[in-house]
Design a binder for this molecule. Structure first.
Ligand code: HEM
Length: 366
């Protein structure tokens, strides 16, 4: 008997792992017409694992105080062995994660897989998206560069437009009148502890929902019919489907490899893509650098605030859009999932994408 069989036998007697592996891998059947968009969840799991691993390594040398933060990042880039690689993968990875998150959300929107009985899967996913954006925002301050300092100053400033409590909110976010040590302290605590602690259970809950409800059948093909809403729980089975392992996992692996290739292509061939010049100077509260812009995924919000006559109106519209998306499964309650038969919502989503891209380009060049 080989060592592998012995180990499996040992675990099988104690944990019943053969049964567990069968139920979750070889006998876990997915819809026969499953498509490439369903791989994005696995892509996200991989990318987040990479963010956590590189983040923990960065913590070894990073110093969270205003006097040393910038120099500690310089040291990681220039002196620590492979520090440049770890840091660049973490910073570029954040952008690729947001890209994958948006694509995952869009696929769910167009195939309407957020509908009953998957409302909670969507809500958990959307909260994960907000949390991820929070991690990006807090992480941006940590290198304590001119870019960090001024981007955070602008981002926190916008809350001052909230009537009555605006100034108090800004003070609370910054821990003082200006961005300074208290801001760095709280952003650091949130970035490395607070947000990840919320993030872990939310992702587990999201995966639990996906596994419990069963992966939805893609709403395409001649014989597709929307299912009747059931008053009781039922796992969506796909008896004619393909096994998760090895068939679907091979597809997952291919798309994961594609995203990793994209990430490392940027890291090796265009490492400065997401680092404007202000990222290379230490923070200086007395010198405002020209042309400070938020990251590409916040440009739409930045531009919305600029075009509305009052910033408060802009904030209210943004808040409205976020609430609409969070509650979407409870607003769009039609059973139909085929994109061709849901013209109103599909047009809204397409317009939403155009608006996001248009506002972002406008924000970038204005
Ligand atoms: C850390 C971030 C996330 C991870 C790791 C993740 C992971 C996954 C995985 C593994 C699946 C099953 C396979 C698939 O359909 O891709 C899934 C499905 C799903 N996700 Fe996510 N997800 C994340 C974020 C989101 C976000 C931001 C949303 C929406 C706002 C979302 C909504 C959904 C929905 C509704 C499904 C069910 C799809 C179906 O059964 O057809 N997820 N997610």
């Amino acid at each position: 008997m080989g060592v592998k069989t012995k180990i499996v036998d040992f675990l099988d007697v104690r944990l019943g792992i053969r049964d567990l592996l069968e139920q979750n891998l070889t006998k876990y059947l997915l819809p026969r017409n499953i498509n490439v968009w369903y791989t994005l969840g696995a892509v996200l799991l991989t990318l987040f694992a990479l963010q956590f691993a590189t983040g923990i390594l960065l913590l070894i040398y990073y110093i969270p105080n205003t006097a040393d933060a910038f120099a500690s990042v310089q040291k990681i880039m220039n002196e620590v062995p492979f520090g440049w690689l770890i840091r660049t993968v973490h910073a570029v990875g954040a952008n690729i994660v947001v890209l994958a998150l948006l694509l995952h959300m869009l696929s769910v929107l167009f195939m309407a897989s957020y509908k009953r009985p998957r409302e909670l899967t969507w809500v958990a996913g959307f909260l994960i998206l907000l949390l991820s954006l929070g991690m990006c925002l807090t992480g941006y301050l940590l290198p304590w560069s001119q870019l960090s300092f001024w981007a955070t100053t602008v981002a926190t400033e916008s809350s001052s437009e909230i009537p009555l409590i605006g100034d108090a909110v800004v003070r609370f976010l910054r821990g003082g009148a200006m961005v300074g040590q208290p801001t760095l302290g709280r952003f650091f605590a949130l970035h490395v502890m607070g947000f990840p602690l919320l993030f872990g259970p939310l992702v587990l809950f999201h995966l639990f929902c996906v596994r419990r409800a069963g992966v939805s059948r893609p709403p395409f093909g001649e014989d597709y019919r929307p299912s009747e809403p059931l008053p009781v729980f039922r796992h969506e089975e796909h008896p004619e489907g393909i096994p998760f392992f090895p068939n679907y996992m091979a597809k997952d692996a291919a798309v994961i490899a594609f995203f990793l290739a994209l990430l490392f292509a940027v890291v090796f061939f265009a490492p400065g893509l997401f680092f404007p010049p202000a990222a290379f100077d230490p923070a200086d509260p007395f010198v405002t650098p020209a042309g400070i812009k938020p990251e590409w995924y916040f440009l739409w919000a930045y531009q919305t605030l600029k075009i509305f006559p009052s910033e408060f109106l802009g904030l209210a519209v943004q808040g409205g859009m976020v609430t609409f998306l969070l509650l979407l499964p409870f607003i769009d309650r039609f059973r139909e999932r085929r994109p061709g038969k849901r013209p109103v919502f599909v047009t809204c989503y397409a317009l939403g994408i155009l608006l996001f891209v248009g506002l972002s380009i406008w924000g970038h060049y204005s």
